[in-house]
Design a protein around this ligand. Structure first.
Ligand code: PEP
Length: 247
């Protein structure tokens, strides 16, 4: 199974649902539809309406983050995995570099993953090195540390997906070389096999993915799908990525 996951970030108002309706129409008729899952993560404000609308449709709705406390708490503006689940959300991103840079430590992320899984959300756990770490050739150590500090054997690996997103690639138009990317995905999968003692969860790539470069990425068969930021805000661009992947 491949995954095409759109991250809308701070984008979208109620009528933006039309973008997702077009994506859903394409996916539900696509001859390759059983080979992949299309998921989009709009902002919190839209989750309930969108989840209700797509409940019985091909497209699935996820959230971009969740708070590290269970059920209800006195943290202003926080939304717990329990609250997300209550409005029909199925997936949540955790550990996006935007949130890491705003203070999400490994300990916080560990709690988020634990609570999301407890509330039956599927977790898309994001990891990635920054420009300096890449330059200093510490990428492999960084990624391994990000994985081992948060994930552990007792977690349900069937509900975990890992998204490798080099920070320097997000929104920059820059992508890793095929050789580097293949080696990195293999390194991540090997680290995950060590954590979970057997099979690795799915590993996605994210960072400036578009309808053109997806043709390069599809040659790297170890990649199980994509986390797509900018291009997911346009139905045409998102659909082009799926179309060109299977062309
Ligand atoms: C992201 O922010 O998760 C992302 C991958 O963004 P973009 O596709 O725009 O690089």
């Amino acid at each position: 199974m491949k995954y095409f996951i759109g991250n809308w970030k701070m984008f979208g108002i109620p009528k933006s649902i039309n973008i997702l309706k077009r994506i859903n129409t394409f996916c539900s008729k696509d001859k390759n539809r059983n080979k992949y899952k299309a998921i989009v993560t709009p902002p919190y404000t839209l989750l309930e309406t969108y989840s209700n609308y797509f409940k019985t449709k091909h497209l699935t709705i996820g959230s971009q983050n969740c708070y590290q406390k269970d059920k209800f708490s006195s943290n202003t503006a926080a939304v717990s995995p329990y609250m997300l689940k209550s409005v029909g959300v199925k997936y949540t991103l955790i550990g996006h570099s935007d949130n890491r840079s705003e203070g999400d430590t490994d300990d916080i992320l560990k709690e988020k993953v634990k609570l999301a899984l407890k509330n039956n959300l599927k977790v898309v756990f994001c990891i990635g090195e920054n420009k300096t770490q890449k330059k200093n050739k510490t990428t492999f150590n960084i990624l391994k540390r990000q994985l081992t500090k948060v994930l552990e054997k007792k977690l349900n690996k069937n509900n975990i997906i890992v998204a490798y997103e080099p920070i320097w690639s997000i929104g920059s138009g820059k992508i890793p070389s095929s050789d580097d990317l293949e080696k990195t995905i293999i390194h991540i999968k090997n680290s995950l096999k060590k954590i979970f003692r057997k099979k690795s969860p799915a590993v996605l790539y994210g960072g400036s993915v578009d309808g053109n470069n997806v043709k390069i990425f599809k040659k790297i068969t170890q990649i199980d799908g994509f986390l797509i930021g900018g291009a997911s805000k346009s139905s045409k661009k998102f659909i082009d990525i799926i179309k060109n992947y299977y062309r």
